[in-house]
Design a binder for this molecule. Structure first.
Ligand SMILES: Nc1nc2c(ncn2[C@@H]2O[C@H](COP(=O)(O)OP(=O)(O)OP(=O)(O)O)[C@@H](O)[C@H]2O)c(=O)[nH]1
Length: 424
């Protein structure tokens, strides 16, 4: 699985997935304006907003991201977003696009489940009234669960025989069987730890209930999910949101109106409003004289949107949903630099904080060097953090050591030669 963070967007038909993708992604993203090697047709580019170190180090005016952008110390880091289309109940049994949908999921690290909380579409996405969106939350979980469970249960006899014959630990065997889901060993270990089994774990004693428990736990770790409670601008949404919150108090969930965000972006593009993604307000020609004057119809729509969405929920929620997804999966921005004082990314100076990558929790200092360039890992000599302190090569990268300068064996000798020259 690639180390590039991928957010998968799932949901039943008509929940508002396409609208959410339009609202969250940058359709104007120019080729070369993002770091990804390939952008397949059902991928889009969205941005994770986070505080840029340029703010802390008083370098806002010289900060120069190569990808994404930095606005007054808020860094917008490009992230891939995948449209996992075609999910209907029964997908794990092959209905709808069936396993095609489920296969697409493999490349996602974290999911956004777009739920229509207005209750105006049934489980197939057909128009109705008074539908209970709680059904959709459970149903999607069940589909993914069933897909993984069925694949394991089919081979359970073999799995047990293999463990008996080879005496290999349960986590390694399960990891092999689950590696097709883009799973690393620590994910399986964590899933097993969460269900509190005594070591050594013998899979022989597992019945179907035990396997279901494990699959549940595995899903929580492998596919953390943010519920995107969409269509909050509709009248029944408030009540449905309250019920969902009390039913699932531990879930990450964000109320959104994808339609409102799309409309605000369109009005901004046409020069009627000034609006920044994530804000709880916008400006019209009443306060900014350079903006075009809105006609009554547009003004009415904007007023309504302001009342029902921005004032009530503090924003359209679209950007917050992306932020929540990245943070739920605990991805961390890392800034490799060539000079720890100037934060420059090139030897000759300039390009301040040019590079930034999001890496998963647990990524180590030397491992990250390899992500930047294989030679950087191969000829790795040492790494330094912001105050010049040495970082251990197996130290985990965290928020407090995420500005890193690498020195390689080759560079070191170049540096020594240069020192000799300087001494002459
Ligand atoms: N009121 C309201 N309507 C919305 C919102 N988001 C989407 N819709 C509407 O819901 C309908 C379905 O939206 P889509 O974005 O096409 O939904 P989808 O999930 O992509 O549907 P499929 O393509 O069938 O999978 C459209 O009429 C949208 O305008 C929202 O936030 N509020």
């Amino acid at each position: 699985m690639s180390h590039e963070l991928v957010i998968g967007c799932v949901g039943k038909p008509s929940a508002g997935k396409s609208s959410f993708l339009n609202a969250a992604t940058d359709s104007n993203a120019k080729v070369g304006n993002y770091p990804f090697t390939t952008i397949e047709p059902n991928y889009g580019i969205t941005y994770y907003p986070t505080e840029c170190p340029c703010k802390r180090f008083d370098k806002i005016s010289v900060c120069s991201p190569r990808y994404g952008r930095c606005e007054q110390g808020t860094r917008f880091i490009p992230v891939k977003m995948l449209d996992v289309a075609g999910l209907v109940p029964g997908a794990s049994e092959g209905l709808g696009l069936g396993n095609q949908f489920l296969d697409d999921l493999r490349s996602a690290h974290v999911l956004l489940h777009v739920v229509d909380v207005s209750g105006t579409t049934n489980e197939k996405g057909e128009e109705t009234t008074g539908y209970d969106p709680i059904n959709d939350i459970q149903w999607l979980k069940d589909e993914i669960h069933q897909w993984i469970y069925n694949n394991l249960w089919k081979r359970w006899g073999n799995i047990i025989r293999k463990q008996k014959a080879t005496k290999v630990q349960a986590d390694s065997i399960l990891h092999k069987k689950l590696s097709g889901y883009g799973t690393r060993l620590f994910v399986v270990k964590e899933a097993l730890e969460r269900i509190d089994l005594k070591e050594p774990i013998s899979l022989d004693g597992w019945d179907q209930d035990q396997l279901h428990k494990f699959v549940d736990s595995f899903l929580d770790v492998r596919f953390p999910t943010v519920l995107v409670l969409n269509k909050v601008d509709q009248s029944a949404s408030d009540q449905n949101i309250s019920r969902i919150c009390s039913r699932y108090p531990d879930y990450a969930m964000i109320p959104t109106s994808a339609l409102a965000e799309c409309f605000l972006k369109k009005m901004r593009q046409q020069g009627y409003i000034q609006y920044k993604e994530g804000d709880d307000n916008f400006y019209t020609s009443d306060t900014v004289s350079t903006l075009k004057v809105c006609d009554e119809k547009v003004k009415g729509r904007l007023d309504k949107l302001q009342d029902l969405v921005l004032f009530r929920y503090g924003g359209t929620g679209v950007q917050l949903a992306i932020k929540t997804a990245v943070e739920l999966k605990k991805f961390i921005p890392v800034y490799p630099v060539k000079n720890l004082k100037t934060l420059s990314c090139s030897i000759k100076g300039g390009d301040v904080l040019r590079d930034c990558m999001l890496v998963s929790k647990g990524t180590q200092v030397r491992e990250f060097a390899g992500m930047l360039h294989p030679d950087l890992e191969k000829y790795y000599l040492y790494a330094e953090g912001i105050n010049g302190q040495r970082l251990g090569e197996s130290d985990e990268i965290q928020e407090n050591n995420n500005i890193i300068k690498y020195t390689t064996a080759a560079l070191e000798s170049v540096g020594k030669d240069k020192d000799k020259d300087d001494d002459k």
